[in-house]
Design a protein around this ligand. Structure first.
Ligand SMILES: [Zn+2]
Length: 426
C-alpha cells in the first residue's frame, strides 16, 4: 500500500503554514483580511511559490490568483481546478483555506518531481476573499466565476470609504460584475478543494478524510418585532407590548425548533439568531422594536421548508401572546450545493488505496466549492480539525493531516488523468 508521504511532504507543508502565519496583523494573530497589506504580502508570497513551481500566473476578472500547469491534451484542452483561499477572518486561524492552497501546491510538486505532464490543464487557485467581509459578501472569487457578482455588490463602500470594486481592480481583477459563468465552464473536468472540517466529527471518530456530500443552503431572514415603547416605571406589566420579550420568545423557540428538526431529519441543520438590535435601547424604556437576523443552514431543502412553515406558525403565536406585530423577510438565500458523485467516488477509492479511513460528511460552513459546483463538477474533502475549533487563533490541524489529504488529491488527479487517456501514456 502506498504511503501518503510518497505524494506530499509534511515538512514542506508545515513551512508554508508558518510563512503565511507570519503575514498577520501583529497584535491580532492570525488576521489577513482580504485587501489588507498582510493579504497583499500573502498574495506576493504565494505568487512566488507558484512561479517557482513553474506555474504560469494570472489574476482573473474576479481577482483570484490562478497558477496554470499546462497539459498536453488536444485543444480545446480540459481543465482541472484545485484551490482554496488565503484570506482569514479577524483573529482567525492558520489553516482555514491555507491548508487547501498548500495541498494544491503539493500536487504540482509531485508532478514536477515525477516529470508528469497531465492530459488536461491544472489550475491552482487562491480564490479571492472567501471569508465574510466588511462589504457584507463572501467568496468574491468563486462567486465571480459563477456569474454572481453584481454591480450593486461592487459599488458597496466600507466605513473608510473603500469601494469593493475598486479594491478588486487594485489587486488585478476587473472590478466589474460577472459576465455570466466562466466562459470555459464546459471545458472544466472538475474542481477539488481540501479544507479543515471546522467541526470535530472526524477527530471524534478517528477518520482521516471526510468526503463532503453537500454544502448546505444558507438562508438569512430579517425578523422585525414591533410593539410599543413606553416608560419603564409607569407602563404596567399587563398592558405592555414589549418587543424584546417577544423577540426572546422567538429566539428560544427557533433554537428548540431547529434542534428538533436536526434530530428528526438527521441532516446537518442549524439555525442561529446571532444579531439583534433593540430600539430605542434605553434602560428606562420598554422596548418598542426589535430587529433580528436569523441565519439558517440546511443540507436538505425539505428540512428548510419544514422549518419555515413552523417558524411562521410560531411567529403568529408569539404575535398574539405578546400583542406585537412580527414580520419575516428573506434577506438572502443560496440553494444546497450537492457534490459530484463521480468525483466523490474517485476521492473515496484513492483514499482507500492510501489506507486512509473515510466517511461521508455534510459541510457545516459555506465554501468556494459551493459556487464552483453551480457550473462544473466539484467535490471537497475535509481533514480533521483539532477540537473542532476554527475562525480562532487556536485552530489546528497537523501537517500530516494536510499531507494525507494532499496525497488523496494527488492520486485523484492521476486517476482522472488515467481516465482521460489510454493506459500507458502517462
Ligand atoms: Zn475556508
Amino acid at each position: 500500500m502506498d504511503d501518503y508521504v510518497t505524494y506530499a511532504k509534511p515538512d514542506r507543508i508545515a513551512a508554508g503554514v508558518d510563512q503565511l502565519a507570519a503575514m498577520t496583523e501583529p497584535d491580532r494573530p492570525y488576521t489577513r483580511l482580504v485587501f489588507s497589506p498582510e493579504f497583499d504580502a500573502g498574495r506576493r508570497w504565494l505568487e512566488d511559490q507558484f512561479k517557482a513551481a513553474g506555474l504560469v500566473c494570472n489574476i482573473d476578472a474576479g481577482g483570484s490568483l490562478i497558477g496554470i500547469r499546462a497539459g498536453n491534451g488536444a485543444e480545446p484542452r480540459r481543465k482541472l481546478i484545485i484551490g482554496s483561499h488565503i484570506d482569514t477572518v479577524p483573529a482567525g486561524g492558520r489553516f482555514d483555506g491555507i491548508a487547501g492552497v498548500l495541498a494544491a501546491l503539493e500536487i504540482v510538486y509531485y508532478l514536477n518531481e515525477h516529470d508528469i505532464t497531465l492530459p488536461f490543464d491544472l489550475e491552482i487557485v487562491d480564490f479571492l476573499g472567501e471569508e465574510l467581509n466588511v462589504w457584507g459578501t463572501s467568496c468574491l472569487g468563486s462567486r465571480h466565476m459563477a456569474g454572481l457578482v453584481t454591480a450593486e455588490m461592487l459599488g458597496r463602500t466600507d466605513q473608510d470609504g473603500r469601494c469593493l470594486g475598486v479594491e478588486i481592480a487594485r489587486i488585478g481583477g476587473s472590478g466589474k460584475p460577472s459576465d455570466g459563468v466562466r466562459g470555459d465552464a464546459d471545458q472544466i473536468l472538475g474542481c477539488f478543494e481540501l479544507h479543515i472540517e471546522q467541526a470535530k466529527t472526524l477527530q471524534e471518530r478517528s477518520v482521516d478524510i471526510g468526503l463532503v456530500t453537500e454544502i448546505p443552503s444558507i438562508y438569512r431572514y430579517g425578523i422585525t418585532v414591533t410593539g410599543q415603547a413606553g416608560h419603564s416605571g409607569t407602563t404596567l406589566m399587563d398592558g405592555r407590548r414589549d418587543a424584546a420579550v417577544a423577540a426572546a420568545d422567538i429566539i428560544t423557540a427557533v433554537s428548540d425548533l431547529a434542534g428538533r428538526i436536526a434530530a428528526e431529519d438527521n441532516h446537518h441543520f442549524v439555525a442561529t439568531i446571532g444579531k439583534i438590535d433593540i430600539f430605542p435601547n434605553g434602560a428606562a424604556i420598554v422596548p418598542g422594536r426589535a430587529e433580528m437576523t436569523l441565519d439558517l443552514r440546511s443540507a436538505s431543502d425539505r428540512s428548510r421548508l419544514r422549518f419555515e412553515a413552523a417558524l411562521d406558525k410560531l411567529i403568529k403565536q408569539t404575535s398574539m401572546k405578546r400583542n406585537c406585530k412580527i414580520s419575516r423577510d428573506k434577506l438572502a438565500g443560496a440553494a444546497v450545493a450537492p457534490m459530484d458523485r463521480k468525483l466523490i467516488s474517485i476521492l473515496a477509492e484513492q483514499s482507500a488505496r492510501l489506507g486512509l479511513g473515510t466517511m461521508p460528511i455534510s459541510s457545516g460552513a459555506g465554501h468556494d466549492t459551493a459556487h464552483l459546483s453551480r457550473f462544473a463538477p466539484a467535490a471537497m474533502i475535509f481533514i480533521p480539525c483539532q477540537d473542532g475549533l476554527s475562525h480562532c487563533p487556536e485552530e489546528f490541524t497537523s501537517a500530516d493531516s494536510i499531507a494525507r489529504g494532499a496525497a488523496v488529491l494527488v492520486r485523484s488527479v492521476l486517476a482522472l488523468a488515467e481516465q482521460s487517456v489510454p493506459k500507458g501514456l502517462i
